[in-house]
Write a protein that binds this ligand. Structure first.
Ligand code: ARG
Length: 587
């Protein structure tokens, strides 16, 4: 029996190795293998190689074909066009490689050779404010990226840079001093009560602030007290933060997402660093005084009327803002957390801010050549009408209402089939949650992050098309097949001939490791989503064309097909888990 290359090796990798071995003089030329309609793979690398060797590509292609010595691997190699190779693999090679994949817990996904530390800034709502769909995107994309990075061996540290500082706290705290008891203690409320309290206080204090000049003045003084660390003021501020966290956690829990308390490190956490950040920038000349404020200018960054847009590090009144906090956070993340990569999952409308912050940090030497900073700016969530998502009254949609509605609709979908498969009420409720939340996450993740997308619940919970529930059903269906076939277990039979649908499914499974590595390196969860969708589709075709248990084929064929079934299920499960989406066993 031909030896299987290695557990992590794919059939595509074996092919690449065989091609390189056929032409040792070419050194390490990439054979540029692509999946192809005409054969299993097309190798396009000969063209570039011929150019390099100053030879005729078709002749070189023929030479490679003659020298290829891998009878176990290759069924057919044919030169086509100006010098492409169309390559068909043996059925044996495909099944044997998949069998090795099945024996590997990591499904053939390699670990990164030189893992670094990625600090990922995501899920950053604002204190005393309702979360909106933008915060949903940051949380969902950040969580998925983190899952993918962790799985490929990178060390990740999360930072939830919540908006917990700023002049609005003067108003809020002053109001609370004058109206004590308006906020219940954080340990006495649930998420919903916490947010409704905060909303009430926010609205009421805003109303007094806008109508009462004297209150406004007291609120302004309160900001100063807060900034100078007055004890009573800080305690009340803390109460707002704690109450908000109760609410945040309730939303994250609804989202089926784990957020660690020690990773909630908001804007205020960098207060102590900010004066030094400003001093270092001023001393090094990176920032200059302009009308009393400390600012950084950029030749290349210009706004309206071609005027240079400065980054404001410190306002003329001495106050620090968003930029100072972000600059200080960079220093902390690089020196204290040893970050080699910084990722910010933030609305694309803040991309200019990050461009200026990164450039400033580079000039100051806080971001060296060995650290990569990347702003994953995501697009806007649109309503079904293609306009920014709003309620009919024109208000921003409450995230919680949206999630509740998604779960409600999903539960109805689940309930329809529940009786047939004998789900208990408890299972229906749980599945409804997994399907509903999965639908919301998948809709977000299956679009490239920088693009806008439509929040359309009807489409999201649809059983047909590129939705999470389609993938979840594919998974549950496979699990049901595996249960029903309990007298047969998955096993490789390399001597069997494969049907086209089996080959297509097998070759797609083979590509999982490479795809995941690529999607992770590009911070592109949508590529993983697309891969999984295609996997489910190929499975559907396979299952239509290749019976597994009904009508029952010969035992060898059953076992071989069960191997494909099981590997598909595990790959779906793993891929969805990385995206933060559950795959119920029975659906
Ligand atoms: N809280 C901000 C917002 O709601 C996002 C914070 C992004 N992270 C950062 N380091 N600036 O828009």
């Amino acid at each position: 029996m031909a030896s299987v290359h290695s557990l992590a090796s794919t059939v595509q990798q074996r092919l690449a190795d065989a091609l390189s071995a056929a032409l040792p003089e070419a050194g390490s030329t990439d054979p540029l293998l692509r999946r192809s309609d005409r054969a299993d793979f097309q190798a396009n690398g000969i063209l570039a190689l011929a150019k390099k060797l100053k030879g005729n590509p078709r002749e070189l292609a023929t030479k490679v074909t003659d020298a290829l010595a891998a009878p176990d691997l290759l069924k057919d190699v044919e030169v086509s066009g100006p010098g492409f190779l169309n390559i068909t693999l043996t059925d044996r090679a495909i099944i044997e490689t998949l069998a090795a994949r099945a024996a590997d817990d990591r499904l053939g996904v390699p670990l990164k050779a030189n893992p670094g530390v990625t600090v990922i800034d995501y899920a950053q709502p604002n204190v005393a404010k309702e979360m909106h769909v933008g915060h949903l995107r940051s949380a969902v994309i950040g969580d998925a990226l983190r899952g993918m990075l962790d799985f490929t061996g990178e060390k990740t540290v999360g930072r939830h840079h919540i908006g917990d500082w700023g002049t609005q706290f003067g108003m809020l705290i002053q109001y609370l001093i004058e109206n004590p008891g308006e906020l219940a203690p954080a340990d006495a409320v649930d998420g919903e009560q916490a947010m409704s309290n905060l909303n009430r206080v926010y609205k009421a204090s805003r109303a007094v602030f806008d109508s009462d000049e004297e209150f406004k003045e007291r609120a302004r003084k309160r900001v100063v007290a807060l900034q100078s660390g007055d004890k009573e003021t800080l305690e009340l501020w803390q109460q707002f933060v704690d109450e908000s966290k109760v609410y945040f956690y309730s939303v994250f829990e609804k989202l089926d997402m784990e957020i660690r308390d020690d990773e909630i490190v908001g804007e205020s956490a960098y207060n102590d660093l900010m004066p030094e950040t400003a001093r270092l920038l001023e001393e090094s000349g990176v920032a200059v005084r302009s009308n009393g404020a400390l600012v950084v200018f950029f030749d290349e960054i210009r706004g309206k009327d071609d005027q240079p847009v400065p980054l404001i590090v410190q306002k003329a009144d001495g106050g620090f803002g968003y930029a100072a906090s972000d600059l200080s956070a960079i220093r902390n993340r690089v020196t204290e957390l040893d970050a080699t990569t910084l990722i910010y999952v933030v609305d694309v409308r803040q991309s200019l801010h990050f461009k200026m912050v990164f450039e400033t940090a580079r000039r100051a030497g806080w971001l060296g050549d060995d650290v990569t900073a990347h702003n994953m700016g995501y697009g806007t969530v649109l309503g079904a009408d293609g306009k920014p998502f709003k309620t009919r009254e024109g208000e921003t949609v409450k995230l919680e209402d949206l999630l509740d509605e998604a779960v409600e609709r999903a539960t109805a979908v689940v309930r329809e089939k529940a009786e047939k498969i004998g789900l208990t009420e408890e299972e229906i409720v749980e599945n409804g949650r997994y399907v509903g939340i999965g639908a919301v996450k998948y809709a977000d993740l299956s679009t490239s992050a920088n693009r806008d997308y439509k929040f359309d619940l009807d489409q999201m919970v649809s059983l047909n098309g590129d939705t999470s529930v389609y993938l979840q059903y594919a998974y549950a269906r496979i699990k049901s097949i595996l249960r029903k076939a309990d007298d047969a277990t998955p096993a490789a039979h390399p001597e069997l001939e494969l049907a086209p649908a089996e080959r297509a499914l097998g070759l797609h499974l083979d590509a999982f490791g490479e795809l995941l590595t690529e999607a992770t390196a590009e911070y592109a969860p949508h590529k993983l989503a697309a891969y999984l969708y295609q996997l489910a589709s190929l499975f559907t075709t396979f299952y239509d064309q290749c019976p597994v248990i009904k009508p029952r084929p010969e035992q060898d064929v059953v076992e071989n097909r069960l191997l494909l079934c099981e590997l598909t299920a595990r790959t779906l499960h793993q891929g969805m888990a990385l995206l933060g989406i559950r795959t119920p066993e029975r659906l």
